[in-house]
Ligand binder design. Structure first.
Ligand code: C2E
Ligand code: CA
Ligand code: CA
Length: 449
């Protein structure tokens, strides 16, 4: 049978007319199938084993915190560590071991079913995690295993070695020793890719719209503000969640045009609400990435100046924590232009006191995860009450989001909270529905407060 690596031999062989020895050919084949640094098999060799015919499980073992470890002990020691680890894995399983990535070794084995494969991989991990002795000193290692079945087709990831590699990440994310590739959790990145390319055209094609969710003021006993929430109605996929397209827009540099469109539309709709007799503060979500973008600030300031709109920018802490100087400078510019700032999702991240110390915000929005548990968690209630007092002490108003029950609403009022937002007050709705409700059902719902 013609060797699948004949093309390599042909490419590397001496010019015609000179004899090609069998040794030379064998050496080239060996090189093509082995990792130079460790002498273990390479990815190609593992792929060949996986493609052997019988369905098998491909198991990859990722060395946890590989880069940190390599920087600590150096490249040469790392190569020796991997060689030792490879021999260990081979000894434990009786299989040949390949180096598939910088800190990833792999092998194939057979198992009765998926559960047994995961169980076996976890046991191998545990057994192989003994410290490796390098120059007389023990080096601690930890391994995570990712597993994929061969002979199975996955729309998004064709190669079982790639699927096993993704499974290593999935196992780490789930804090598990070993995990089988989970296609559902991996989603459909190829589909996402086409969505990204459609995002910009969607703005021009009018596929985006805004929904408005009311914010109820306890003292005024009525709705005094609304939050604009973007909606994308895709012609074939239907409604795409903002949790999907906002992240996508952030990752691909489309968040600025999207947010500028939202601001433009929200200002327009605020004027329309005003004409209908509803003078409402307008909150807009501003992604953290834009807090380092001066030209976005230029746009926002010009838009506010031209319209006299009353805007509040809801921001999350990640932007400020990541690049405080730049973010704080832009926040100052917003404040000068009369744009309020709200700290959104407060409590959902790491919410440090440094964050509160750094930012002069007008509003703190307590994350809905605390408010949804308010009815039956004394602990959540204590945290909410303390946060309200803390924010008040710093001169901020407090909005509670995710208010779904009359009990939560009453508790918040008792705690001195300033504003409430949530399904009880009103779900996000289109502008015409909002206008209709402001004259009717919204007041009915809120009068229960
Ligand atoms: P967010 O700013 O925290 O918005 C509140 C989300 O909670 C909204 O989801 C809203 O529908 C939902 N919600 C409101 N009240 C309740 C309640 O009582 N119970 C429960 N369980 N949920 C409630 P939505 O509209 O799906 O938006 C999700 C996220 O997408 C928003 O979270 C926001 O971070 C982002 N987003 C939406 N529009 C924009 C936008 O124009 N720009 C940016 N940068 N992000 C946006
Ligand atoms: Ca928000
Ligand atoms: Ca929020």
């Amino acid at each position: 049978m013609r060797s699948p690596f004949a093309f390599l031999s042909a490419l590397l062989s001496p010019a015609p007319g000179r004899s090609v020895s069998h040794d030379h050919d064998a050496r080239l084949t060996h090189m093509a199938l082995h990792d130079q640094e460790t002498g273990l098999g390479n990815r190609l060799s593992l792929e060949r084993l996986a493609a052997g015919g019988e369905p098998v499980y491909v198991v990859l073992f990722g060395v946890d915190r590989f880069e940190v470890l390599r920087n600590a002990i150096g490249y040469d020691s790392m190569a020796r560590l991997l060689t030792t680890l490879g021999q260990r894995l081979s000894g434990l399983t009786g299989r040949s071991v390949a180096r598939v990535g910088a800190g990833v070794l792999g092998l194939v084995f057979q198992a009765e079913d998926d559960d047994e494969a995961v169980h076996m991989a976890a046991r191998v991990c545990e057994a192989a995690q003994e410290p490796v002795i390098l120059n007389g000193a023990p080096v601690d290692i930890a391994l995570t295993a990712g597993i994929a079945r061969t002979g199975e087709t996955s729309r998004s990831v064709a190669s079982p070695v790639d699927r096993a590699s993704i499974a290593v990440d999935q196992a780490r994310a789930a804090h598990r020793q070993a995990a089988l590739f989970d296609a559902v959790r991996y989603g459909d990145p190829a589909g996402n890719l086409s969505l990204i390319s459609e995002l910009m055209a969607a703005l021009d094609n009018g596929e985006f719209s805004l929904n408005y969710q009311p914010k109820y003021d306890f003292r005024a006993e009525c709705v005094t503000a609304v939050e604009a929430l973007a909606r994308w109605t895709h012609p074939r996929r239907g409604c795409v969640s903002p949790d999907v397209f906002v992240v996508m827009a952030e990752e691909t540099g489309h968040i600025r045009p999207l947010t500028e469109w939202v601001i433009h539309q929200a200002i327009h709709d605020q004027a329309e609400l005003g004409r209908a007799g509803h003078d409402l503060m307008m909150s807009v979500n501003v992604s953290g990435r834009l807090l380092s973008d001066e030209s976005f600030a230029d746009f926002a300031l010009a838009a506010v100046k031209a319209s006299g709109a009353r805007l509040c920018f809801e921001i999350t802490e990640t932007a400020v924590v990541g690049n405080p100087e730049v973010a704080l400078h832009l926040l100052d510019r917003f404040a000068e232009a009369g744009i309020s700032v709200s700290l959104d999702d407060y409590g959902s991240g790491l919410s440090s006191l440094t964050y509160l110390k750094q930012i002069r915000a007008d509003e703190l929005k307590i994350d809905k995860s605390f408010i949804l548990g308010l009815d039956d968690s004394a602990r959540d209630a204590l945290l909410v009450k303390s946060t309200i007092d803390l924010a008040h002490g710093l001169g901020m108003k407090v909005t509670a989001e995710g208010v779904e029950t009359p009990t939560a609403l009453a508790l918040l009022r008792g705690m001195g909270c300033d504003m409430a937002q949530g399904y009880l007050i009103g779900r996000p709705v289109s502008l015409p529905v909002l206008v209709e409700r402001l004259g009717g059902p919204v007041h009915q719902a809120t009068s229960a407060a």
